[in-house]
Design a protein around this ligand. Structure first.
Ligand code: VG1
Ligand code: CO
Length: 548
């Protein structure tokens, strides 16, 4: 088991995107591809963070195809690079929020999460790798950029060849060279954390009173967590969790909980015999979708409702320090923050931008329009956490999901919201669209589009209030008088062509007008988007591929 230094060459294109490096499985299967990236990470850590010798690393993934192979590769490389110990989830599994919880609970140096999240899996699907720092959160851009720079220089990687594979099924400790490997229960730390935050007695009573729920784990890693907590600790009937067995290819589905990909769940929540509460999580269990009977909650509304009702839940009884949302997320949370007299921060897309605000105690709850919600309990968004929060609210108030949201709209007004994704656009065409849009910005401000007065038109830039770092070109914004917004940005998580995301938002204070079909309420803004960006012409497509 002696260390070997393997010569290699840089591979282009290893720049992490919104959430780590995501590529086709077939790309990750190319010789040295994963090794180069992991060694680049290990090479820059001493300078960026501190020495790795003797340190503890957390390792796990969402169980998608290639997860096991990659875990064994990374274990050998961690040993060869001098880590003292790796905590790895049993079977090589850890959901993203659980990995964050484990890093924090064990005071680890950092962690590696293997996931391409909501992207499809299987031999022809996607794979991904992401590094999280000691706070449990995604590495900031300074580190991801340093990794990328290193991948372009790399000449060699370290590994231990010829060692036996680590048994990932048996809990407990073994040795790999001079490094310890501890196979841990992937659910235990996480479930205990949930018990500290939520009123488990009240939720148990809610189920015992005959309320019913359907949790769709989408054949992804959320299943074991949802079963252990909902059917185990909370006494929900067996069968509450559906598609609860993690599969390497997610059953051929797109493990993305939104109206386009969770049609089965939406159908199951419709009609008088439907369960009271519906929910789903994504490939790595950090996203959530919330439904009531015949009622779908937008993620932006979800964040706002949780914030407005936070003190009803034990973990947030003392109130919130602040709220943070990604820029494209609706301003529903801002209205709550104003009422509570707390700040609301607006960050670029991606959970890594919340880390500093959470660490500094400036924000307690965070959310993104992309079905991501979370709090300072970990440093990732957390699907099951959001579901338990909604469950706790229903149990504490006796109100349904729909009643909670309607009461919220009546008090704060409704922020109609939708995202239109145009997927699979050739990259040059998508870049051309954004360039043309940026070029038009100066001529737009102050003008009128579709009868709406444009108050501001810009390209969002963010200065982190904690460390002063600046992130530019984070999305083109059209801000109209009265609070309507249209935002354009290109996805940073895809692996095929480019995806244009168009975010649409309109505020409506009048409760008499809180029942419009969303696409109808947003129709003028949909027209504005087409008029300003010529999406059909640039993309060559007739319609968006996903509407949330
Ligand atoms: C998308 C979402 C973003 C989210 C990111 C990672 O990024 O828009 O809000 O943080 O995915 O989520 P992009 O760059 O494709 O728009 V996950 O559950 O894929 O880790
Ligand atoms: Co995810």
């Amino acid at each position: 088991d002696s260390l070997v230094v393997v010569p290699t060459q840089p591979v282009s294109g290893q720049r992490p995107g919104t959430s780590g490096l995501r590529k086709k499985v077939t790309v990750f299967q190319q010789p040295h591809y994963l090794e180069n990236f992991v060694q680049a990470l290990f090479d820059i850590l001493p300078e960026q963070v501190g020495p790795v010798a003797g340190q503890t690393l957390v390792l796990g993934g969402d169980g998608r195809f290639h997860n096991r192979v990659a875990v064994q590769t990374i274990l050998r490389m961690a040993a060869a690079n001098g880590f003292g110990r790796v905590l790895v989830g049993q079977g090589g599994l850890l959901s993203t929020p659980a990995a964050s919880a484990v890093i924090r609970r064990h005071g680890a140096y950092g962690g590696i999460i293997l996931s391409a999240s909501h992207n499809p899996g299987g031999p022809d699907g996607d794979f991904g790798i992401k590094y999280n720092i000691a706070n449990g959160g995604p590495a900031p851009e300074k580190i991801t950029e340093a990794i990328y720079a290193r991948t372009q220089q790399i000449q060699a990687y370290r590994t231990l060849p010829g060692v036996a594979e680590v048994d990932l099924q048996t809990l407990g400790r073994s040795e790999l060279g001079a490094m310890g490997v501890e196979v841990i229960d992937p659910v235990a730390d996480y479930a205990e954390l949930m018990e500290k935050l939520f009123d488990f007695d009240a939720m148990r009573a809610w189920f015992a009173a005959g309320h019913r729920m359907r949790f769709d784990a989408m054949s992804a890693i959320g299943g074991p967590y949802a079963r252990a907590v909902l059917e185990g600790r909370l006494g929900a009937p067996v069968g509450t969790v559906v598609n609860g067995e993690p599969l390497e290819d997610f059953g051929g589905h797109h493990p993305d909980p939104n109206p386009a990909h969770a049609t089965e769940l939406i159908a199951a929540l419709s009609g008088p015999a439907a369960p009271d509460f519906g929910a789903a999580s994504d490939g790595d269990a950090d996203r959530n979708m919330i439904l009531g009977r015949d009622f779908v909650v937008t993620p932006s509304d979800s964040l706002a409702v949780l914030a407005a009702n936070a003190t009803r839940v034990p973990g947030y009884r003392d109130g919130l320090a602040g709220i943070a949302r990604s820029m494209p997320t609706s301003c529903a949370a801002d209205a709550v923050a104003r009422a509570l007299g707390i700040p609301c921060y607006e960050t670029p897309t991606g959970w890594k931008f919340f880390g500093n605000l959470l660490d500094a105690g400036r924000a307690t709850l965070c959310g993104e329009e992309s079905y991501g919600t979370g709090s300072n309990h970990v440093r990732e968004k957390d699907g099951l956490w959001a579901v338990l929060f909604w469950l706790n609210l229903q149990a504490a108030t006796g109100q349904s999901v729909e009643a909670l949201v309607r009461a919220h709209w009546a008090r704060f007004g409704r922020h109609y919201y939708s995202r239109h994704d145009w997927e699979g656009i050739p990259v040059e065409r998508a870049d051309g669209l954004m360039a043309a849009l940026r070029a038009r910005l100066p001529s737009l401000a102050g003008g009128t589009l579709q009868g709406l007065r444009l108050a501001q038109a810009d390209d969002f830039a963010y200065t982190d209030p904690v460390d002063g770092s600046v992130s530019r070109q984070q999305g083109v914004r059209l801000l109209f008088e009265g609070g309507s917004r249209v935002v354009f940005r290109l996805s940073g998580t895809g692996t095929e062509g480019a995806t244009l995301r168009v975010y649409l938002e309109r505020f409506e204070a009048d409760p008499q007008r809180h029942d419009l079909p969303t696409q109808q309420a947003l129709a003028p803004l949909i027209e504005v988007a087409e008029e300003v960006a010529a999406i059909r012409q640039h993309s060559g497509q007739a319609a968006p591929t996903v509407i949330t």
